[in-house]
Design a protein around this ligand. Sequence first.
Ligand code: NAI
Length: 327
Amino acid sequence: MKITFYFTHDYDKTYFDANNQTHQIQYVPVALTEETARLAQGSAAICAFVNDKLDETVIRILSEIGVRLIAMRSAGYNNVDLQAAKRYGLTVVRVPAYSPHAVAEHTLALILTLNRKTHKAYNRVRDGNFSLDRLLGFDLYGKSVGVVGTGRIGSVFCRIMLGLGCHVLAYDIQPNPDLADTKVQYTTLPDLFQNADILSLHCPLNESTHYLINPHNLSLMKKGAMLINTSRGGLIDTKAVIKALKTGHLGSLGLDVYEQEDKLFFRDFSDTAIKDEMILRLMSFPNVLITAHQAFFTHEAMTEIAKTTLQNISDFEKGLPLKNAIL
Ligand code: NAI
């Protein structure tokens, strides 16, 4: 099947070429938008990622030029207008689980780096500065960690934090039975906000979770707590979080995702003026650590993403049941 693969980076090509035997892939470097959708002319499938735009207009254009399958090479699909895809008769598949460990482990990396300031120590020591001033952290052992969303990633993260001796509180609209034999304690959302020393978000972005972190919920949080988001940027009202950082109510912030990341992430702006004022403000805080949506980025996850995406496309081509269909 001919596939147009949007927003290609060298690492995508490496993993998809290594795992592809049957499909003809047209790699394009640009993101999928209204302006670029017609590049898929002649392809029956397109492959898209988290910041590609799959709104009604784009989906209409794709259907007009004969695309029948949208193969997301991601777990999240909040950027796809599923109702529009249904109306225009396009099938949507995704990669529901490629490596929950990759994301959960990166979450821990953010926590440990923010807490023990290894990023600062690294630069300091290289600069011949061996002082310990302002590097003070806290023991994770015995602290309360609040986890919102205990699905594939959240449940792995819970187990990691239990392994470190943390007290794990969790909230999910559907508690995970796999955690029943653990010390994870399900509670209400307000209780979670009030008691967590570290709060980590692992739920999907949808209408009910948009701006879950808002002025009210931030005010419930313990003074000095750490907030971590490796899920989706829209879970956090960034302006409210900036305010809470300014007053010192929020102790520290670790982000792998950002509300307006679609215009920034996966691109190099190192010799350009960044126009996004909010991210610049966030970057100016000494207690904020941002990575650019790299939590998934491990060898194991990239291999699994390529294999599952190509399998989804082959199954669609052969008319087989689609176990990873969203629609
Ligand atoms: P999952 O579907 O296995 O788990 C999500 C959990 O959130 C489920 O248990 C669900 O019941 C729960 N949930 C849904 N609505 C909720 C609500 N209103 N309040 C509390 N819990 C709610 O998904 P998975 O694989 O664990 O992924 C979680 C999220 O992580 C994805 O939606 C995606 O946005 C993000 N992600 C980020 C990556 C990165 O590289 N930073 C990579 C992969 C996923």
